[in-house]
Design a protein around this ligand. Structure first.
Ligand code: OGA
Ligand code: NI
Length: 370
């Protein structure tokens, strides 16, 4: 080892710096008031207080951590240990369930973020199979494909551990969507219809020790494209979040049994930029392997994502044109697989022309890649 394949090497400006600032600031929020009383009374003082915390964190950070979230620790530990057993298998064995050009579910170790290869391997599965998404480049607006999960034979407990975990995480994700909805002064169930046929999926991430952790990243800087992400990480650490106030990369110190929540691009659009989807990335290290499990909460493929009417008016007109989630998702998956030499599809492309001009100036001045 010692030599790094050039496809992993980040541009100089994106390489991780040794100086690390710890995440003093990423708010930690106690969900017990909401998890225990269901349905919660939104006017009860403890719920109002909780909703205020969610609003502040979503607006100021785009990230927060939750404790007393109602997910049993055993449920999560079972998935982490089955995941380790899976990734310990030989590459040949893992590739028996590999994703391919069309099916985005299964194992792969060749993902690219912004056209640089990520130092990781993953296993993806959907929470409500089959996953329905438009056929890419079929030229036919009405063609959809259905994908089933590709469960490996080994380790045999992986499937059940994941399916149990998903039941718990769905409850948590519904609670979080209710809280975010309340925090935008909307009824708790405002988002519910979008998730009837959700395309939510889970990713088991494995980052092995890297010979050149100063040149590569586990996942390059990116924003999550879906509505919400609920991340479980182990005790190694590596996640960094870009602080909105000054653009500094903040290390998210692992805390046992918390979930890290971030608002994705879809909530940014629904909220008409009241909440922003924030850049984050993953550092790797030369000695320890790391595991993490994001649960990507995504709406039905037929959802047209656009600013919610209740959150826009003449003074605050919609900043985005609507886009079809299924097509967006399929395009992203396809271009990641192919490593196209073009910019990945971004919500920025759906910004209204006058908003886009403002962003162009901002991105030139601050050198932010959108
Ligand atoms: C991701 C991601 C963070 C982590 O997979 O989108 O941001 O800590 N993962 O693995
Ligand atoms: Ni992410």
């Amino acid at each position: 080892m010692g030599e790094l394949d050039p496809t992993f090497i980040q541009e100089l400006e994106h390489r991780p710096k040794p100086a690390v600032i710890e995440a003093q600031g990423i708010p930690q929020i106690d969900l017990s008031a909401f998890v225990t009383s269901s349905p919660a009374n939104p006017n009860a003082p403890e719920i109002r207080d909780l909703v205020d915390q969610i609003r502040d964190a979503s607006r100021d950070w785009g990230f927060f951590q939750v404790i007393n979230h109602g997910v049993p620790i055993e449920s999560r530990e079972r998935v982490f240990s089955a995941s380790k057993r899976f990734f310990d298998l030989s590459v040949e064995e893992k590739r028996k369930v590999k994703r391919d050009e069309v099916n985005p579910l299964g194992y792969y170790d060749t993902e690219h973020t912004k056209n640089v290869r990520d130092w990781k391997e993953v296993f993806d599965f959907t929470v409500d199979p089959p996953l329905v998404i438009p056929a890419y480049e079929s030229g036919d607006e009405e063609t959809f494909l259905e994908y089933c999960n590709q469960w490996p034979q080994h380790p045999p407990e992986l499937r059940e551990a994941c399916e149990e975990y998903v039941k718990d995480l769905k409850k948590l994700s519904n609670k979080l969507l209710e809280l975010i909805s309340l925090s935008l002064n909307l009824p708790a169930n405002r988002f519910e219809p979008f998730f009837k046929d959700q395309t939510t999926f889970v990713r088991l991430n494995h980052y092995s020790p890297c010979p050149a952790p100063d040149l590569a990243l586990g996942v390059g800087r990116h924003k999550d494209a879906g509505a919400l992400t609920i991340l479980a990480q182990d005790d190694v650490g590596g996640l960094e979040v870009k602080r909105k106030t000054d653009g500094a990369w903040i290390f998210v110190k692992p805390t046992p049994n918390v979930f890290i929540i971030n608002v994705g691009d879809i909530i940014q659009v629904w909220s008409n930029d009241a909440y922003e989807s924030v850049d984050h990335r993953v550092r790797v290290n030369s000695t320890k392997e790391r595991f993490s499990i994001p649960f990507f909460v995504n709406p039905a493929h037929y959802t047209v994502v656009e600013p919610l009417a209740e959150l826009t008016n003449e003074q605050n007109p919609p900043k985005y044109k609507g886009y079809n989630w299924g097509k967006f998702f399929a395009t992203r998956k396809y271009s990641n697989f192919k490593k196209l030499e073009v910019e990945n599809i971004q919500i920025y492309h759906f910004k209204q022309p006058e908003e886009r001009k403002i962003d162009d100036v901002v991105s030139r001045v601050t050198n932010v890649v959108i």
